[in-house]
Design a protein around this ligand. Structure first.
Ligand SMILES: [Zn+2]
Length: 136
């Protein structure tokens, strides 16, 4: 299967990298995420690590974006601290991102291997929350 993907938004990767390098401190904040909102602006956030299941950077970003009135996100990327580069979303985040933004594009892979893929491709044969709500 050949799928045409959008070009990689390197400005977005740089934004997440800068937040990871300057705002991630110690064990509480270890990953930064940046998203391109529909209106073009970039929103960023960091994870909130806690043993009870604190939110990943992608989930913290959804709330941060909403707080700024950015309810439509086009592209997201997460970058790890200590030079770890682009970090793909975990399973929980893939499900949440798909439910909130079905058309979202996600940057995965680092360096020359960075590519943009639809969230739906990162969660094949997925449970669709909206379908479940419609059935009730
Ligand atoms: Zn996650």
């Amino acid at each position: 299967m050949t799928t045409q993907h959008d070009p990689v938004d390197h400005e977005l990767i740089r934004a997440a990298t800068q937040v990871a390098e300057t705002r991630c401190r110690g064990d509480h904040h270890t990953v930064a995420a940046a998203a391109r909102a529909r209106d073009g602006r970039i929103v960023s956030a960091v994870n909130v690590y806690h043993f009870t299941g604190g939110p990943c950077a992608e989930l913290a970003l959804i709330g941060a974006a909403a707080a700024q009135g950015a309810y439509e996100l086009d592209t997201i990327v997460a970058v790890g601290d200590r030079g770890r580069g682009v970090v793909p979303p975990c399973g929980r985040c893939r499900q949440v991102l798909l439910d909130y933004f079905p058309g979202l594009e996600v940057i995965v892979g680092s360096g020359d291997g960075a590519r943009t893929v639809p969230i739906s491709e990162l969660l094949p044969a997925s449970y669709v929350w909206a379908d479940q709500l419609a059935a009730e």
